[in-house]
Design a protein. Structure first.
Length: 320
């Protein structure tokens, strides 16, 4: 079978089909999305080597649970030990022994067949297309914000970055009825939010909104996003950090202390929330999908995904 491997060099490799031994559930890939984290891994993020990929929709090929076989599923990316003090407190996403699909200690979904723990899987309703299901993982990450902070209709919120995550976060936060602004560089991307109640601002014009937002979500994927968030947040406001990138940013804690700013790190989220939004048709992420490549053309797909202005690129298992 074909697998997309990174070991300092990205390539498509032929591997034997993994046999089902009665442990984790065996998935046959339908479609998988390339996200910014995948791109950052090829630049050195997390020093991961192995099969990439963590955004997927697939069919259950074999499972200890016969009821799952043949079901269309998506899967959470963290596989926790289930026994440590973090897991006992419901913090499995932060389990120190966890593996993370295609990111940490576990081969990912950019291969024709792969294993996922049964407890990580969610059956996809018939009402959700494969194209939409590919977005469940990043959409869940956007939904995580609303599990961490309370955003009310009277709040003013800015989202930094008009990439895939920034657009998804804007779609989710628009459901709260807050005064919401997306700040980006690409008018064509921001037009994808025309059916949502979201103000769109180019970066240059955002200077007029200095110290005016109750919440700022930093989803730019850029080291400069932190400084921009500090400029936009009001005293006693909350900055929510979503970006992951390979590199460091200069950090001066003084503005946080003086203005009593709260900083919240935000990563993975509940798949139930994302599946609910898709099932109820309250959010449609599929306009972000721009390019499809067969699994064997993954190197070309990654090159395309890194081009300026490109949104979602997906890999399709051509056997299906």
């Amino acid at each position: 079978m074909k697998a997309v491997v990174f070991d300092g060099r990205l390539r498509v490799q032929e591997r034997p089909e993994p046999p089902f031994t009665g442990g984790e559930t065996l998935i046959r890939l339908l479609k998988a999305g390339i996200c910014n984290t995948d791109l950052e891994i090829t630049r050195g993020y997390f020093r991961f080597q192995g099969v990439l990929g963590h955004e997927f929709v697939g069919l259950v090929k074999a499972s200890r649970n016969p009821a799952l076989v043949g079901k269309r599923v998506v899967g959470e990316i963290n596989a926790a030990c289930g026994q440590c003090s973090y897991c006992r407190k419901g913090l499995g996403r932060h389990c120190p022994s966890r593996t993370v699909l295609g990111i940490l200690g576990r081969d990912g979904s950019f291969q024709e067949s792969f294993f996922v723990p049964e407890e990580s899987l969610h059956v996809v309703p018939q009402s959700i297309s494969d194209d939409a299901a590919v977005f469940v993982e990043p959409l869940a990450a956007a939904c995580e914000i609303l599990d961490q902070v309370r955003i009310r209709p009277e709040d003013s919120v800015a989202v930094l970055g008009d990439g895939k995550l920034g657009l998804l976060v804007s779609m989710v936060l628009s459901q709260t009825g807050c005064s919401l602004a997306l700040i980006g560089r690409h008018p064509a991307k921001m037009k994808l939010l025309k059916t949502f109640n979201v103000e769109t601002l180019l970066e240059d014009s955002s200077e007029k909104r200095t110290r005016s937002f109750d919440f700022v979500v930093e989803a730019s994927g850029s080291p400069q996003g932190w400084e921009q968030a500090l400029r936009l947040i009001r005293p006693r406001g909350t900055i929510i950090l979503k970006s992951t990138f390979h590199g460091e940013i200069p950090f001066n804690p003084a503005p946080l202390v003086v203005d009593e700013i709260t900083v919240v790190g935000s990563r993975c989220g509940r798949f139930e929330a994302a599946l609910g939004l898709l099932h109820e048709k309250r959010v449609d992420p599929t306009p972000l999908l721009q390019y499809r490549f067969p699994l064997e053309s993954a190197v070309e797909a990654f090159e395309t995904a890194q081009k300026p202005g490109v949104l979602k690129v997906i890999l399709v298992n051509s056997d299906d």
